[in-house]
Ligand binder design. Structure first.
Ligand code: AMP
Ligand code: GLY
Length: 423
């Protein structure tokens, strides 16, 4: 099969690494890709929301399967675009159709879905510029801290957590009346704060059957001890040690089953990954958010533990035969540490030469914001490389990753030295 992966991050390099090991894969393309995917696939410089150019590529290269990495093209309807075009209709697309991608594209849609299907989540109400005053009154009924969420996609920045009531009211006003997050904050979901420890659960579904992939925990803050600004993710471990069998049963029965059943009942066509952001409050799981794709850097920790042929799994997703597949997971733990450009997630410099990659032998290196230029690999983004290791437990895996990082260098390289500290 000829396969096209859409995206350019560490997640997409990991997909490319896994897919390129499959005997079912003939030619592999990544659009636009990065220096990591360049070594194992053909990179095609295309804007991932430019569906017409993606169509031309799919026809020219006789693509049989498209794997969509990020949420944006899914929310904009890339799967529907393929289904509605006679020349593309036969191509398998991994990722939900636009109506189902609203689970990530609209926080209010996701909350209504969870309420409709009795899936445990924080209590909430949503507001627009029409009823800001009611928003203030609702905030007054809650205990601090206050959680404000821009309804639409805001590149992971649309959630504010505020300790002070007046600050919360002020931010609500900024979001609704001053377009703090542009169109994304025309509507704001205010929800009850849940106090607990977070984890992510990944499900692959063909819209009818589902398979549970390994859990992971990511570390979103830039600073050690989970302090400072939010980032795309500074590291991840898989599995999550506290997600034992009893807890996983609760997640499956209370959350995964009703989610997949709910998609069917609501006629939301879903062939792809469901990434469920969860929080464990006392001993019970609650949904914080749905994402309609894999996580980054969670993918870098989860996929190296998957023994199955990923292309085979995707074919089963496409055909609706996931029930015939058995998922096999490596018992080893995985840890991923992300190396970022100094200054990230605020402003940072690009174009720094990366050295030492060839000396790393006990870890996998997934490229994110990195590209090849003049025979060198240089930084081109905030998150530059993700270093994944396997070990008998996550501590052992983390130590391997840190040993590998000792061999890597670029100017102003930064990483967190405490991934897994809270486990
Ligand atoms: P989200 O973009 O919905 O994942 O939210 C970003 C982060 O905000 C989450 O990873 C949580 O750490 C936090 N968060 C979101 N909603 C809540 C909530 N209801 N209670 C506590 N923390 C939350
Ligand atoms: N690591 C979080 C995400 O991919 O959204």
């Amino acid at each position: 099969m000829n396969i096209l992966i859409i995206g350019s991050g560490g997640r997409e390099h990991t997909f490319a690494w896994k897919i390129s090991s499959s005997p079912l894969c003939d030619q592999l393309f990544v659009a636009p890709g990065n220096s990591g995917t360049a070594g194992i696939a053909t990179n095609i410089p295309i804007d991932l929301n430019d569906f017409e150019t993606i169509k031309d590529l799919a026809i020219k290269q006789a693509i049989d399967m498209v794997v969509v990495g990020p949420e944006d093209p899914l929310v904009r309807g890339i799967h529907d675009f393929f289904l509605n075009d006679d020349a593309l209709h036969h191509i398998a697309v991994i990722g939900p159709e636009a109506s189902a991608a609203q689970l990530e594209g609209s926080k209010e849609f996701a909350k209504e879905f969870m309420y409709r299907h009795q899936i445990p989540t924080a209590a909430y109400q949503s507001f627009t510029s029409e009823n800001v005053e009611e928003g203030y009154s609702f905030l007054e009924t809650l205990n601090p801290p206050y959680v404000l969420k821009a309804d639409g996609l805001a590149a992971g920045k649309g959630v504010l957590i505020l300790k002070d009531l007046n600050d919360a009211k002020e931010e609500l006003k900024h979001m609704l009346l001053d377009s703090k997050f542009g169109k994304a904050s025309q509507k704001v979901v205010i929800e009850e704060f849940l106090d607990g420890i977070e984890l992510s659960c990944f499900v692959l579904t063909d819209g009818n059957n589902y398979k549970i992939l390994p859990t992971a925990k990511d570390y979103k803050r830039i600073g050690e001890g989970d302090t400072g600004l939010n980032t795309g993710g500074m590291g991840a471990v898989s599995p999550v040690p506290f997600a034992d069998e009893e807890f996983m049963n609760k997640i499956e029965n209370r959350i995964i089953k009703p989610t997949v059943e709910g998609l069917k009942k609501d006629n939301l066509p879903y062939k792809g990954f469901i990434f469920i952001g969860l929080i464990k409050v006392n001993d019970d799981p609650f949904v914080i958010e749905y994402n309609v794709r894999m996580g980054d850097p969670e993918t870098e920790a989860v996929l190296p533990r998957l023994k199955n042929d990923l292309v085979e799994l995707f074919m089963a997703v496409s055909k609706g035969t996931l029930n015939e597949v058995t998922i096999e997971i490596d018992e080893q733990a995985a840890s991923t540490i992300v190396l970022v450009s100094g200054g990230y997630p605020e402003s940072y410099e690009k174009g720094k030469a990366i050295s030492g990659i060839e000396n790393v032998d006990e870890s996998l290196i997934f490229h994110a914001g990195a590209k090849n230029e003049d025979g060198m690999t240089i930084t081109s983004g905030g998150r530059v490389l993700a270093i994944t290791s396997l070990g008998n437990n996550f501590e052992e895996a983390i130590q391997k990753s840190y040993r590998s990082i000792d061999k890597l260098h670029f100017d102003k390289m930064y990483f967190r030295k405490d991934i897994g500290f809270d486990l």
